[in-house]
Write a new protein. Structure first.
Length: 154
C-alpha cells in the first residue's frame, strides 16, 4: 500500500476575512492555491465551491481558518512550503493571524487515495498539541516514516 502525506494548519485571523486588514492575505489566496495545485507532488487541497477554504469551519470559532492538503511525500510538501513563493505568505503570517499558544500545524500519513476530513485533521492536530511528535501526528522537525504495509493508518 502506498501512502501520501496529509497536512493541516490553522490560524485565528486578527480581523474578519473581508476586513481591509486581511485584504493582502485574501488577495494572495488564488495565486498561492494555483501554485500549490501545479506543484510537483501535490495531490489534493481542502476547498469549498469558492476555490479556497476560508468558508470551511474548523470549529465553532469563525475566525479560525483551516488549511489542509495531501502530498506525495514530505519532500514535495517541504519544497512547496519553503522553496516557492508560498514562503513569502508564510513569513507574513503575523500580519493576518494571531499568535497561537499551541502548535497550529501537523503532518500524518494517509493511504494513497484517502481524502482526509476536517474532523480527522482536527483530531490529529489536537493529538500533536497534547503529545508532541508521534507516528500519529508529527512535523518536519521530527518526522516518522510512512507506515509499513501491515499497519493501519486511518
Amino acid at each position: 500500500m502506498d501512502f501520501h502525506l496529509a497536512q493541516i494548519n490553522i490560524g485565528r485571523l486578527v480581523a474578519p476575512i473581508d476586513d481591509p486588514r486581511i485584504a493582502d492575505f485574501a488577495a494572495q489566496l488564488g495565486p498561492i492555491n494555483a501554485l500549490a495545485d501545479t506543484a510537483p507532488g501535490f495531490v489534493w487541497r481542502l476547498q469549498s465551491e469558492s476555490g479556497n477554504a476560508t468558508d470551511v469551519p474548523f470549529n465553532e470559532d469563525p475566525s479560525v481558518m483551516v488549511n489542509m492538503s495531501v502530498w506525495e511525500s514530505i519532500e514535495a510538501l517541504r519544497s512547496f512550503t519553503y522553496n516557492s513563493s508560498h514562503i513569502e505568505v508564510f513569513r507574513d503570517r503575523a500580519r493576518w493571524f494571531q499568535k497561537m499558544d499551541k502548535p497550529y500545524y501537523c503532518l500524518w500519513w494517509v493511504p494513497a487515495g484517502h481524502i482526509p476530513t476536517v474532523d480527522e485533521g482536527r483530531e490529529r492536530l489536537y493529538h500533536f498539541q497534547e503529545h508532541g511528535a508521534t507516528p500519529y501526528a508529527f512535523w518536519f522537525t521530527r518526522q516518522f516514516p510512512a507506515p509499513a504495509e501491515d499497519q493501519v493508518c486511518a
